[in-house]
Ligand binder design. Sequence first.
Ligand code: NAI
Length: 455
Amino acid sequence: MADTYDLIVIGGGPAGYLAAERAGEAGLSVALFEKRALGGVCLNEGCIPTKTFLNSAKIYAHALHGEAYGVSADGLRLDHAAVLKRKADVVAKLVGGVTYTLKEKKVTVIEAEARIEGKAEGGFAVSGGGAEAVAPKLIIAAGSKPIVPPIPGVAEGVEAGYVYTSREILDIGHVPESLIIVGGGVIGLEMADYFAVAGAKVTVVEMLDKIAGPFDRDISQILKKNLEAKGVAFLLGAKVTAVSKGGVKAEVNGEAVDVPGEAVLLSIGRRPAPEGLSLEKIGVLVENGAVVTGTHLQTNVPGVYAAGDINGKIMLAHTAYREAEVAVNHIIGKPDDMKYDAIPSVIYTQPEAAYVGETEETAAAKGLRVTVKKLPMMYSGRYVAENDGGDGICKLLIDDSAGRIVGAGLIGGYASETILSATALIGLGIPIESAKRIVFPHPTVGEIIRETLFS
Ligand code: NAI
């Protein structure tokens, strides 16, 4: 006999757990299925564990180069085993927090892989781990997985343990002497930073002619320079064509190049993971491997929603949070809709890089006429106080006819935090004249937004 609920959520990552929490708060009875660990990729093997790695790298690198700041020490070392242990503690603490909150909101958590059985009296039937649940509303939040390309040698390397994806690299028990990172996107760059600081000889092999994909080209170049200063080598315009023990083969300008290395990290993107859910049993539309959704995250099947990476739109945890809220609000009849035009993107390297809205490249591609304002971060007193020789910049793109900011890009300390004010200005469509009247705390690096606006 199936248990009946108001809502079933499949997946306990940022989209799933937040949807369940919000729905529970609104008084709905909710069942949440999670097959691995509450918190999903973000908490267990993504956003959070990588930030613990990077914070250790930041402290270590600061201390190593602390003399200019009057700080010096002998015998400094980065203890990778201790970093791993702390990562596990931080993850456990946060997963505990999610578990507690779900309990508080009276969500029934079913720790099992969910399978959609079909339509039943009272809604959609879902089973897993011996449990059966039926509800008139269903949110699919089953997330994504790393793309493992059909490049010769990759499958064997993963099997043998010298080729890692972003999941396994976070549990690697030692710092490899040399690490080849395939893909110079967010994961590749964050891991390049950590492992280079931790002592590995890191080579990033990137297919495009720039790193950090959609980021502004100036910001991408400054980031590359900063990572090179930490010892990271880059091979751009290089497509990896084969992987074997001891290195990879890449094609550069039509020529084969050998890149030697002990370990290989594959970070060439992630893809939605709808397989195994039996979505076809209720006729949910999947296109190019992603569940198709509308502005309320509804699928083509009334009552069924898809939030987070599973819909393949903007695969970031903070997008997932907002999508989950919009889906739940639609279910409970509260007006809301999803907007994707002001979603910030951050690379948590040291220095951090962040952007929101348009870049010069996307503005040009859309035929938008924008004025670009650009200032060195050195215009922020706090930045100067904290960064000898810092080369960070702030760029704002202004749509003069609308009198609004349409894009912002930053590289420098606290960019991940500073980008929030630009996100608010863009997302809320605040006119430039009003933005100029906002009082920023002084001294902060975030003041660079105000400085750039007035420049
Ligand atoms: P990505 O899409 O950011 O970067 C992949 C890179 O690999 C691209 O630059 C692409 O040109 C390159 N590439 C593809 N095939 C290649 C080949 N055969 N040889 C060489 N280069 C190749 O993907 P990434 O870094 O794996 O991250 C996946 C997702 O994880 C992101 O889209 C994001 O959703 C999420 N993420 C977000 C983070 C953040 O917000 N800070 C941090 C880590 C992950």
